[in-house]
Write a protein that binds this ligand. Structure first.
Ligand code: 4NP
Length: 144
C-alpha cells in the first residue's frame, strides 16, 4: 500500500506523519510506502521544521532527511490513500481531483477531527505528534 500524508507547508505536520506512519508500519511488519507533501509551495526543497525534527527525535524517529515537496495531481495515480491533516487540506486536495476515484482516496487522518497547525505555537509540537501517532495507529488497524 502507498500512502501520502498531506498538510499545508509539508514542514511541520506531514513530515511527522510520514515518519510516524513509516515507523509504525515497519513495527507492524507492513510493507507500506509512505511519503508526504504540502498543498503550498513556500518551502519546496527545504527540510522539515527543526521543531518537528526535534520532537520526532525525542520519540526515536528520524525525519531530518525528508525534503519538502508540493502535492501534485499525479499523486492521485501514485498513491492508494491520501491522508490530510485538516479541512483546508481536504478541500485543497479535493479541488485537484479529476474524478470520483481520485476523491475517494482522500480522507482526514483523524476523520472528523483536525490536526492543528503548530507552526505559530512551539508548545503544540508534542501534542500534534501524539495526535498523529493515534491517527496512524487507527489507520494501520483499519488497513493492515
Ligand atoms: P504545516 O505547517 O502545514 O504543518 O507544514 C505550516 C508550515 C509553514 C506554513 C504554514 C503551515 N507557512 O505558511 O509557511
Amino acid at each position: 500500500m502507498k500512502l501520502l500524508m498531506v498538510c499545508l507547508g509539508n514542514i511541520c505536520r506531514s513530515p511527522l506523519a510520514e515518519g510516524i506512519m513509516q515507523h509504525q508500519a515497519q513495527q507492524s511488519g507492513l510493507d507500506w510506502d509512505v511519503d508526504s507533501a504540502g498543498t503550498g509551495n513556500w518551502h519546496i526543497g527545504e527540510g522539515p521544521d527543526h521543531r518537528s525534527v526535534r520532537t520526532a527525535r525525542q520519540f526515536g524517529i528520524d525525519i531530518s532527511k525528508q525534503v519538502c515537496r508540493q502535492f501534485e495531481v499525479s499523486d492521485f495515480d501514485e498513491f492508494d490513500l491520501i491522508l490530510v491533516m485538516d479541512k483546508n487540506n481536504l478541500s485543497d486536495v479535493l479541488a485537484q481531483s479529476r474524478n470520483e476515484q481520485d476523491a475517494a482516496k482522500v480522507r482526514m487522518l483523524l476523520n472528523d477531527k483536525e490536526v492543528p497547525d503548530p507552526y505559530y505555537d512551539n508548545t503544540q509540537f508534542e501534542p500534534v505528534f501524539k495526535l498523529i501517532e493515534g491517527g496512524c495507529k487507527d489507520i494501520i488497524n483499519e488497513y493492515k
